[in-house]
Design a protein around this ligand. Structure first.
Ligand code: HEM
Ligand SMILES: *[C@@H]1O[C@H](CO)[C@@H](O)[C@H](O)[C@H]1NC(C)=O
Length: 484
């Protein structure tokens, strides 16, 4: 009897979870307000999410061993790489074979940013010029913004990851954009597919893994050649080694038992996987916010002008108003209601007794936090320069609510108050690069284009689970500025 009751309760909870699929951010948002700073649970179709916000809980989450709370296991659950990534087997635990990709992105890519900045700027500018080349009869160029930004980010990321030649190859860049999108779609379908059909369904949804196969076909010979070169000279004297992420991922891969070419290509594709979508969403929202809050355009333009005296590659990272504007755009229009997801591989008990069952997720409800009046004054209002102003007040010796840590608050911060990049040693290793690309795209648009939304009052996003994705249908009207 007791068994039947608990089974029925379990089913009810999972059914309630279905609601989460279409109303996730709202459910989390109102639960955040009712919880009043305490942890809370939200049911989803597959498990419960335990949402935490206190600094103590967050500290414990960061310090928890990966064997207990794992980001990697979350990625596996979301993406089902076994089926969706063309037979490529992920390790069960992160770091089993070293975390070369963190060194490749966090250290090498970040260190190379100043050197490749002029190239990144050139690629961004020419990608945008190509997108905005055909005016309509009314003199404006009508563009579906999200698709345009996805292509632009794909182009520049292809340059950074794979070099100039592949970034100019339309077949390759199309596959590079399509691959993560079909994987995410296929993984979503697989979650409701019975086990024995999964291989078949994955192949059906990804069109026989065609995007993955195209990328593989292009990368295999290049990676094979580069791996062979590494064996010959040990990698130390490669003065003419190519300057791209693919090379750094090869350089930082295991030496004692080197990976095979297919394994290496698989690892490169896995890192590529996360590089486009979030960056494209964040950039799209930032451009829409520029159109919705025109009063920021002139101050941002004059800041760009001020920092452009030296013309060989503008240092976009030096612009405090731009940094603040983008940060506020993320605060207001976050593309995800939760961050720092960790799956419990074992039952996990926080020091104060908060229990997490095996297979549940622990997460931080970042969107709720960003709209919390105890963290931000007038949280519902868009205040593009709130962070720049707070930093200025801080320099004058006061401590405003926006910068509780008493260090200037910037876009690439990683802290419990700004968890958009994740936290701890899994915090996004691509964040400095992402910040630079975001800023290059915004500077290009501010500098050369006037823009406005075709339908400023139309809804801008759709939600699915916890994510808030820009609508494909949002159209921006661009008009080239006269003064350049
Ligand atoms: C606005 C753009 C981006 C946002 C908001 C973002 C956010 C995140 C977040 C929240 C995580 C999870 C961290 C955690 O839970 O502790 C993450 C991980 C990661 N990101 Fe990003 N990211 C962005 C762009 C990029 C780009 C452009 C790259 C590559 C160049 C990248 C590469 C990665 C990788 C490889 C990881 C996995 C880290 C690990 O497992 O240790 N991201 N990112
Ligand atoms: C982490 O997992 C280990 C091994 O299963 C377990 O003994 C330990 O209690 C877990 N830690 C916490 C804090 O729950």
């Amino acid at each position: 009897m007791q068994f039947i009751v608990s089974f029925i309760l379990f089913c009810l909870r999972r059914l309630m979870g279905l609601w989460y699929l279409i109303r996730g951010p709202e459910i989390i948002g109102s639960a955040y307000i009712s919880a009043n700073g305490k942890p809370f649970r939200v049911p989803t179709p597959s498990n419960d999410h335990v949402l935490i916000t206190s600094n103590d809980h967050i500290r414990e989450l960061i310090d928890a061993p990966h064997q207990n709370l794992s980001l990697h296991a979350v990625a596996k659950e979301i993406l089902q790489p076994k089926y969706t990534m063309h037979g490529f087997e992920w390790q069960d635990q992160r770091g089993v074979e070293g975390t070369g990709f963190v060194r490749a992105l966090r250290s090498r890519l970040t260190a190379h940013l100043p050197a490749i900045l002029p190239d990144l700027q050139r690629i961004v500018n020419s990608a945008i010029a190509d997108e905005l080349s055909v005016p309509s009869a009314d003199g404006f160029i009508h563009v579906r913004l999200f698709a345009m930004i996805k292509r632009t980010v794909t182009n520049v990321n292809c340059f950074t990851f794979f070099g100039e030649e592949l970034s100019q190859n339309a077949e390759f860049t199309t596959a590079a954009l399509e691959f993560p999108q079909t994987v995410v779609l296929a993984a979503e379908v697989l979650r409701i597919t019975p086990n024995f059909l999964r291989g078949y369904v994955a192949s059906l949804v990804t069109g026989g893994h065609s995007a993955a196969k195209t990328i593989f076909r292009y990368l295999e010979p290049i990676v094979q050649q580069r791996l062979a070169l590494r064996v010959i000279d040990g990698g130390s004297s490669q003065t003419h080694a190519p300057v791209d992420c693919m090379q750094w991922l090869i350089d930082t891969s295991p030496r004692k038992t080197p990976w095979s070419t297919p394994r290496m290509v698989g690892e490169i594709m896995a890192v590529w996987f996360g590089s486009v979508h979030q960056l494209a969403m964040t950039t799209t929202y930032a451009i829409e916010d520029l159109c919705l809050h025109m009063e920021y355009i002139e101050p941002l333009r004059s800041e760009i002008h001020q920092y452009s005296a030296n013309s060989c590659g503008r240092n976009v990272e030096k612009m405090p108003l731009l940094d603040s504007f983008i940060k506020e755009s993320i605060r207001c229009t976050n593309s995800d209601a939760i961050t720092v997801r960790r799956k419990a591989l074992t039952p996990f008990v926080f020091r104060d007794g908060l229990q997490v069952d095996r297979d549940d997720w622990v997460c931080i409800p970042q969107r709720g936090m960003m709209y919390d009046p105890s963290r931000y004054s007038d949280p519902a209002g868009f205040d593009g320069f709130r962070f720049a102003r707070a930093n200025k007040i801080l320099r004058e010796g006061y401590v405003p609510v926006e910068v509780p840590d008493r260090v200037p608050s910037i876009l690439t911060d990683v802290s419990a108050d700004w968890p958009i990049w994740g936290l701890g040693n899994t915090a996004c290793p691509g964040r400095f690069y992402a910040s630079t690309i975001l800023k290059l795209i915004l500077v290009c648009i501010l500098d050369e284009w006037d823009c406005r939304l075709l339908a400023p009052n139309a809804p801008r996003s759709r939600t699915w689970r916890s994510s808030i994705v820009p609508r494909e249908s949002t159209v921006i009207l661009f008009h080239r500025r006269n003064n350049c």
